[in-house]
Design a protein around this ligand. Sequence first.
Ligand code: BT5
Length: 252
Amino acid sequence: MLIGRKVLVKGEVDSTNDIAKALAIEGEPEGTVVSASEQTGGKGRTGRHWESPEGGLYLSIILRPDLPAQDLTLLTVLSCLPVAQAIEEVCKVVPRIKWPNDVRVDGKKVAGILTEVCYRGGEPRFMVLGIGIDLNTDLSALNVPEAGSLKDVCERDVDPEHFLNVLLFKLDEFYEKFKKGDRNLDLYTRYSESLGQDIEVRLGDQKVKGRGMHLDPDGALVFRSEDGMIYRATSVHDVVPLDRGQVRFDSK
Ligand code: BT5
């Protein structure tokens, strides 16, 4: 097992992504994980904030894939998959992936992913895959109405150590397959609430309604608008699914 061979467990930190990046620059090998119980400066995409009170799971993984830049953006988009799988295994619900990087249950965001790639001479040197999960988060501690917590989904506290072990196993399995060229797209489609669904995409100031068609090789979402135009949304765009259905399993 590569991912999780070494796990550095921290208390309160600024951002696990920043710690992992600093370690990677010093030569820390691929697969090392930094996890923290709280973050004071948790980061989302495009300068947004990830609220990170006690009760959540915050982790960052150092990866050194020998892959072209296009594959790294696809890897970022597809890395929601092992997160969704871990939630399904532990909570017995089928979460949905809202392209590009949200994992949701009952229309509530329970996890988000932020990857940061460090380049040298135009070539990717390493990437840090940062995952935030509202595990046992008290939602009243969050200023985010659209957030959900897995303890509410499971109707019990989730054992963080068990969840982390399941997640690292799923991440490792996914990453090994990805490096060998298996893109897991069928499985991704199963969890996706954007592919084959009616969606609304914000393209700059414009909102376009349409239907998600497929992912391009770089992870961009290709969709057909209601007036028949084909668009390609890259990960700076947000997608609002119009169909909020989700599937629930009975507990085994
Ligand atoms: C994300 O950004 O969803 C990526 C979040 C990645 C966080 C992890 S934690 C470990 C690692 N270290 C870091 O510093 N970051 C990573 P984005 O798609 O931009 O979503 C941000 C938006 O999600 C915010 O603007 C809020 O609306 C919402 N949000 C903030 N905190 C949340 C939370 N705890 N739960 C659910 N939604 C939240």
